[in-house]
Design a protein around this ligand. Structure first.
Ligand code: IGP
Length: 261
């Protein structure tokens, strides 16, 4: 079993436990559930912002512990102050060391869109994302059928959440270009093997229709890479590790953005 299969297998157990602990009606009663959401697309296309979706990530299955002493407040407020277009917060606990509490805390601290970064396979998780104060969810093509991507993204839209569709190749893109998907992200990291190559974004770029904002995800740590990706039409950059491994992630973002202009 590859790592993605293991994560998804565990997700179903986690979802069953969470549904039993907190019924969906209770999620819908939470104070953040009806807040007006922020448009991820709008923030990503604001030229006054950097295009960076800056990620809060303590650990990952591929890198182990990235930063054991992170202070979430310093990280997310630093990202916002440095011009992040949005913030991505990992909420998966078992594999990434994130929590629901992380997203709730981030929501209370920043005013830019927040992506709930998790492995979404069930509508209940979208309800949770709404109740946590997220604005956008991630749907990963590598672990969903086109039919499920359609259903989950329509569900997200009904709750006023936008959708970042993650693909890793042109085949995954095909059949998933539906109206309720808002932004296309190309993951440079293969979630089954952990291989990282920026070439993935370059290869897939030409298959993405013009109407979508293009985001390149993972393994970005160098201004030259951003400059190269921009040439291929990318205006969004999802970056975690290279910021999180420093003791001042906001400053690292500011430096990378300044150098890639
Ligand atoms: O830390 P990096 O290499 O900058 O990558 C960030 C982000 O792209 C990565 O965390 C990610 C992209 N897609 C995912 C899906 C699940 C978990 C994590 C991810």
């Amino acid at each position: 079993m590859n790592i993605l299969d293991k994560i998804i297998e565990h997700k179903w157990t986690e979802i069953a436990d969470r549904k039993a602990a907190v019924p969906v009606e209770e999620l819908r009663r939470s104070s953040l559930y009806n807040r007006p959401t922020l448009s991820f697309k709008k923030y990503l296309s604001n030229p006054a912002l950097s295009g960076v979706i800056a990620e809060h990530k303590r650990q990952s299955p591929s890198k182990g512990v990235i930063n054991a002493n992170v202070d979430l407040k310093q990280v997310v407020t630093g990202y916002q102050a440095a011009g992040a277009s949005a913030c991505s917060v990992l909420t998966d606990t078992k594999f990434f060391g994130g929590t629901t509490e992380d997203l709730l805390q981030a929501r209370a601290l920043i005013q830019i869109p927040i992506l709930r970064k998790d492995f979404m396979v069930d509508e209940y998780q979208i309800e949770e994302a709404r109740a946590m104060g997220a604005d956008v969810i991630l749907l990963i093509s590598a672990c969903l059928t086109p039919q499920r991507i359609k259903e989950l993204s329509e569900y997200a839209h009904k709750l006023d959440l936008e959708v970042l569709l993650e693909v890793h190749n042109a085949e995954e893109l095909e059949g998933n270009l539906i109206d309720t998907v808002d932004v296309i992200g190309v993951n440079n990291r293969n979630l089954k093997t952990f291989d990282v190559s920026i070439q993935t974004s370059i290869d897939v770029a030409k298959h993405i229709p013009e109407r979508y904002i293009k985001v390149s995800e993972s393994g970005i740590d160098d201004p030259k890479t951003i400059i190269e990706l921009k040439k291929h039409g990318y205006t969004g950059f999802l970056i975690g590790e290279s910021f999180m491994k420093t003791n001042d992630p906001g400053a690292a973002l500011k430096k990378l953005v300044a150098e890639s202009k």
